[in-house]
Design a protein around this ligand. Structure first.
Ligand code: TRP
Length: 341
């Protein structure tokens, strides 16, 4: 579901109306949930938009500041996964947030105009404070998470931000901060908007949300040898005790994967076969394994090709950083001039 602009766009927003920005924190390996929820959409967007995708390592630091080495390790592996998923550095700008120091300066400027009460009211801030007890998140940096996110977006004068539902409170703040800046110093930044996408459900192997911490994921780096036993061990319709009992795809942990990976006509056959017990779970899993193998094959090929070029990820980042920096620098100069600094 893409949202339409809420107001008539000005000349400025029109100029940048094809620009999108999005980022991911380098905190872990990517799994199918990331692929179908985010990456697939990014890959599609690089074709029709001017796209900037970045590694949000400073954002990771807001909560992982006690273990910065882990963040550093995940930066190249994240970019590798992006390339494997199909991001093409010829079609989009791939960069690392902390290498563009202009983000830090704009973050500082935006922090001057952002009321603390807006940040304290942010639902993600309140929830994280309550839920995460293993780390002390009562820091200035963590409170400012949405200010940094607003910076990442408007420093490229991006119009659209492809994000998941969970980021909407941050997007609302980004819009408010942008309006406040424009109101104080003059119309300068286009107001960014979240671009939600219709993402099919990609639950974990056990039916809960796919997450590394639940140990229920299929990772983009895995081969079929490690994936096959995971699929074989999945629960299907637990009420279907015997092979000739009819099953119900709606309560099966496996069926959502067919919805992602299996051609529609075959999906319909599987559904019918399950409901009338002409198809058993073992055979149903075999079909899925074949489709998963076919889906992963081109990714694995791209990974193998990348691994023969050990400098490739670093080169992609360096080239992307230079392109991002040029845009960020220009925006920042304009912002400074407006404020009179
Ligand atoms: N907060 C985002 C997330 O956790 C990551 C992010 C940081 C981001 N800066 C951004 C996303 C700017 C979009 C635009 O998913």
């Amino acid at each position: 579901m893409s949202q339409s602009p809420s107001e008539t766009p000005s000349a400025l927003t029109l100029a940048a109306s094809r620009r999108v920005v999005s980022g991911m924190r380098p905190t872990g390996e990517l799994h199918l949930g990331h692929y179908f929820g985010v990456l697939k959409n990014w890959v599609a967007m690089q074709e029709s938009m001017e796209a900037f995708f970045f590694v949000a390592d400073w954002h990771a630091l807001t909560s992982e500041y006690e273990n910065p080495l882990a963040i550093r390790e995940f930066v190249p592996s994240l970019v590798e996964d992006w390339l494997v998923a199909g991001l093409d550095p010829e079609r989009c700008v791939i960069f690392q947030q902390s290498r563009i120091k202009e983000h830090a300066e704009l973050h500082l400027l935006l922090s001057m105009v952002t009321p603390v009460s807006w940040l304290e009211r942010c639902p993600t801030y309140k929830e994280m404070q309550q839920q995460i007890v293993s780390r002390d998140l009562s820091t200035y940096g963590f409170l400012g998470y949405p200010v940094l996110m607003a910076t990442d977006i408007i420093i490229y004068k991006a119009r659209w931000v492809p994000v998941g539902q969970d980021q909407l409170p941050h997007m609302e703040l980004a819009r408010e901060i942008t309006r406040r800046f424009n109101h104080l110093y003059g119309e300068f930044f286009p107001e960014p908007e979240a671009r939600l996408t219709e993402t099919p459900k990609c639950p974990g192997l056990d039916g809960r949300k796919m997450s590394k911490s639940y140990n229920n994921g299929i990772f983009l780096r895995e081969d079929m040898e490690t994936i096959t036993p995971k699929i074989r061990g999945m629960l299907t319709d637990t009420a279907r005790m015997r092979r000739h009992d009819p099953g119900n795809p709606e309560v099966c942990n496996l069926f959502p994967y067919h919805e992602l990976l299996t051609e529609a006509s075959v999906q319909a056959e599987i559904r019918a076969g399950c409901l009338k017990a002409s198809l058993g779970c073992v055979d149903c899993k075999k079909i899925l394994l074949a489709n998963l193998g076919a889906f992963l094959a081109p990714l694995q090929e791209r990974r193998a090709a990348l691994q023969t070029r050990p400098d490739r990820v670093r080169e992609v980042l360096e080239a992307g950083n230079a392109r991002a920096r040029a845009v960020a620098r220009e925006t920042l100069e304009g912002a400074r001039r407006l404020i009179g600094f």
